[in-house]
Design a protein around this ligand. Structure first.
Ligand code: ATP
Ligand code: MG
Length: 324
């Protein structure tokens, strides 16, 4: 399947994203003096901006690709959640079934940036238990309804509390029964079992952890073949795509590396969020009927575009066509 054929199918594709919803908040300013109170810079704020983070960024990526995303996660009943919902809905993302709990604080990551230099990050985040979606008695029914109403499910785990073993097992069982694609961007430290998942997209380090292998020592090369074989034995994913940062990605099936794709990025400005672009584009291409290698090419192209952009971590069909 070509990029253009994949793009043609996306507007009809419903994709459910379940995971840790976050707000990325940026404070842009300048520093002209050191504080008299402590040896720290004083930032004069020029402007602030907000964008979607975590699972919400995966949904935003799907929307930019013109697919039809629904987002399920846990937020508070606060200004941050309202602002995020307005942003997501303005991009056509369905948030009607997400869980908004009164005693929860929406996760916000604030970066303070003076000109181009990040000075610090301030996180607003509650304990993991606060973000268990089952705290809302209506959640089970809503999730069943969401799962019955989609062409693909992406689990976006940032280890903040939404994604539990119970949730993963249920999503896989329900989606499999309906022949719906399942995909996970895993956090290996959580030790979740997702045997038989459709797609898993660890980065280089996460893949080692999933395989149970240590970081290679100085001068040792990355044990790609072994990583691929061990992940297949332990998790049996139908498709494993290991993202390799500047080295692109490895497409693996049945425990073997099927192809190594070098990155197509020409200039690299901002690599943050590239993982979200990869899982959004790869899962939607597969659900649109693309074969694994065509889907990975599509995702590699999308990731190449996203790392060459400053500020936004999403890609549009026009940008993909222009990059081909
Ligand atoms: N420095 C880079 N140069 C070129 N391409 C890159 C670079 N970093 C990332 N990419 C592209 O983005 C894809 C995903 O990147 P990476 O392997 O860093 O994922 P990740 O660690 O999950 O990212 P994230 O920080 O978003 O979680 C790569 O497969 C590649 O196509
Ligand atoms: Mg990642």
């Amino acid at each position: 399947m070509t990029t253009s054929e994949i793009l043609g199918k996306l507007p009809a594709l419903r994709v459910l994203v379940i995971g840790d919803v976050m707000v990325d908040h940026y404070v842009w300013g300048e520093v002209n003096r050191i504080s008299p109170e402590a040896p720290v810079p004083v930032v004069q704020v020029l402007r602030e901006s907000y964008t979607a983070g975590g699972a919400a960024n995966v949904a935003l990526n799907l929307a930019a690709l013109t697919a039809r995303p629904e987002l399920v996660g846990v937020v508070g009943r606060d200004e941050s959640a309202d602002r995020l919902k307005t942003l997501l809905e303005s991009h056509g993302i369905d948030c009607a079934r997400w869980v908004a709990l009164p005693e929860v604080r929406t996760i916000v990551k604030t970066r303070v940036i003076a000109r181009t230099q990040q000075l610090c990050r301030i996180d607003h985040e509650g304990p993991r238990a606060a973000y268990a979606p089952t705290r809302d008695p209506a959640f089970e029914a809503r999730m069943e309804a969401a799962l019955a109403d989609t062409d693909a499910v992406i689990i976006s785990d940032y280890a903040k509390g939404v994604v539990s073993q119970e949730l993963v097992s249920r999503v896989i069982a329900r989606a499999d029964a309906r022949g719906v694609l399942t995909a996970i961007d895993p956090k290996p430290a959580r030790h979740l079992e997702f045997y038989g998942i459709g797609l898993v997209t660890p980065n280089r380090h996460e893949a080692l952890e999933l395989a149970g292998l240590p970081e290679p020592g100085v001068g040792e090369s990355y044990p790609l073949d072994e990583v691929c074989r061990l992940i297949h034995e332990r998790f049996g994913p139908r498709l494993l795509v290991i993202t390799l940062g500047a080295d692109g990605m490895a497409v693996c099936r049945n425990g073997k590396v099927e192809c190594l794709m070098p990155t197509v990025a020409r200039e690299v400005f901002d690599v943050s969020g590239a993982g979200d672009t990869v899982i959004a584009s790869l899962a939607s291409a597969l659900a649109a009927g693309a074969d694994p290698v065509s889907a990975a090419k599509f995702a590699n192209l999308a990731a190449g575009v996203v790392v060459s952009k400053m500020g936004t971590a999403t890609v549009t069909p026009e940008e993909l066509r222009a990059a081909e």
